[in-house]
Each structure stands twice: as C-alpha cells, then as structure tokens.
Design a protein around this ligand. Structure first.
Ligand SMILES: NC(=O)c1ccc[n+]([C@@H]2O[C@H](COP(=O)([O-])OP(=O)(O)OC[C@H]3O[C@@H](n4cnc5c(N)ncnc54)[C@H](OP(=O)(O)O)[C@@H]3O)[C@@H](O)[C@H]2O)c1
Length: 223
C-alpha cells in the first residue's frame, strides 16, 4: 500500500519544495493551499483549501474524504503580520492565529482518526516561537501563534502517547522565502527552501521512531 503524506501550505516557499521532494521519495503527496502556480508538478495532488475559512474543518473533511489513510501530516502553512504591537488590528491577530494555530487544531482533529501507529505529525513552527530565543519587534502576533504551536505539540504528544503516532515540532530559523523577505527585507537567510525541505522530509519519514513530543530548533542563526 502506498504511503500518503499531506502537506498543508504547499504552493510556494518551503511547502512547494516539500511536495516535490516527498513525491520524489515515492509518496502519494497531497498539497493544500489557496492557489497553485502553473509550474506546479503534475504528480502532486493539489487541493484548494483556505485556512481562513470559518468552515475550515468541514471544508477539510470534504477535501480528504477520498483519502482513506494518512501516514504523514506536515503543518507547514504560515501567515505573518509584521507590525508594531500597538498597530496590530484584530484582523492581523486573527489571521495569524487562524492560519498558524486554529486551523492546525481542526485539521489535526480530522486527520488523527485516519492515522495508524508509525504515523508522524510534524508542526512547522519558528525559532521566534521557541522559548528563550532572541525576539524581534513587530512579530508579536506571528511569534506568539508559533509559540502556541510549540505548546500544542507537547499537549497532543501527551494525549496521543498510546496511539503510536509521533508528534513533533520543528522551529525553523531563517529560510529565503517570500515570508522571510516580508519580515526582514534585505536579510540574506542561510538556507534556501530546497535545503530545509530536504531536512524536513528526512525528519518526517525517518525520525518518528526516535522523537515524540519534541520541540527542535532548526536554526544556525537567530531569527
Ligand atoms: N521562511 C522562514 O524564514 C521561516 C522561518 C521560520 C518558520 N517558517 C515557517 O515555515 C512555514 C513555511 O514558510 P514559508 O517561508 O515557505 O512561507 P510562504 O512562502 O509564505 O508560504 C506559506 C504557505 O502557506 C500557505 N498559506 C498561507 N495562508 C494560507 C491560507 N489562508 N490557506 C491556505 N494556505 C495558506 C501559502 O499558500 P497560499 O498563499 O497559496 O494559500 C503557502 O503555500 C511557515 O509555517 C512559516 O511560519 C518560515
């Protein structure tokens, strides 16, 4: 039976590389996002999904109704708001939490019943959400939402410790993507999306046996 991997946030940046590399590893790969470019690979199943939808849970249930088992789930989607704290709107804060935390919770609720022992859920957080890391002004909505993902990982790992499903969180440092360029214009990140995707794919496929409930900073720099 083929192994299925779901990548949430798969249209650009790190996610686009993830679906490409999972497919090359022979997995049946399902990528979710709002829009996919014309250069997207045919071998990936592209599924339209808006994580900001108020009906995200039922939208996602319908989207994966034809998938009867899930081996790997990578929560890679992210939304960043870069604004001084006093200027953050309710909408900025809501979008960060809806995309980076609330949709992760609801999608995971739908996926876990379709997963078996040996499965692996990987949360993509940020070094900015890792306790004790250097913090940056303007990132309070984004980084606190990524910190929530860290906490969620520890809580789910405890709640599902008998399930045989590994749940871990990678707190990434800077990677040269659109999001990075928006947050830190002109900053040259130490990694390209393809490089970090290679690490995430290997971690997802080969490390669920060795890590569970772990929060791992994947960073040579700060941010
Ligand atoms: N790049 C970095 O330096 C860095 C550092 C630390 C952590 N991270 C984390 O790594 C992950 C990937 O980041 P990236 O830099 O590759 O970002 P990116 O290039 O901005 O890509 C973000 C992905 O999330 C999807 N997404 C955002 N809002 C969505 C929505 N409402 N519905 C569905 N999909 C949505 C986007 O798809 P659509 O817009 O097409 O919907 C896209 O596929 C994120 O979780 C980010 O927080 C990145």
């Amino acid at each position: 039976m083929s192994k299925n991997v779901l990548v949430i946030g798969a249209s650009k940046g790190i996610g686009k590389e993830l679906v490409s590399q999972f497919t090359k590893q022979g997995l049946e790969t399902y990528g979710f996002a709002r829009s996919f470019g014309n250069d997207s690979e045919d071998t990936v199943h592209h599924i339209h999904l808006d994580l900001l939808s108020p009906t995200i849970k039922t939208d996602f249930e319908q989207a994966i109704s034809g998938i009867n088992h899930i081996d790997y789930l990578v929560h890679n989607a992210g939304f960043i708001a870069v604004k001084p704290f006093l200027e953050l709107s309710r909408e900025d804060i809501h979008k960060c939490y809806q995309v980076n935390v609330l949709s992760v919770m609801e999608i995971t609720q739908v996926c876990i019943p379709k997963m078996k022992p040996g499965g692996h859920i990987v949360m993509i957080s940020s070094i900015g959400g890792f306790q004790g890391s250097l913090k940056f002004p303007g990132l309070s909505a984004y980084s606190t939402s990524k910190a929530a993902l860290v906490s969620l990982t520890e809580l789910l790992a405890e709640e599902f410790k008998q399930s045989g499903i590994a749940i871990n969180c990678l707190c990434l440092g800077a990677v040269q993507t659109e999001m990075m360029e928006e947050a830190f214009p002109g900053y040259l990140a130490p990694h390209r999306p393809a490089e970090i995707a290679e690490f995430i794919v290997d971690f997802t496929l080969n490390n669920g046996t060795y890590f569970h409930g772990k929060i791992i900073p994947v960073s040579v720099s700060n941010p």
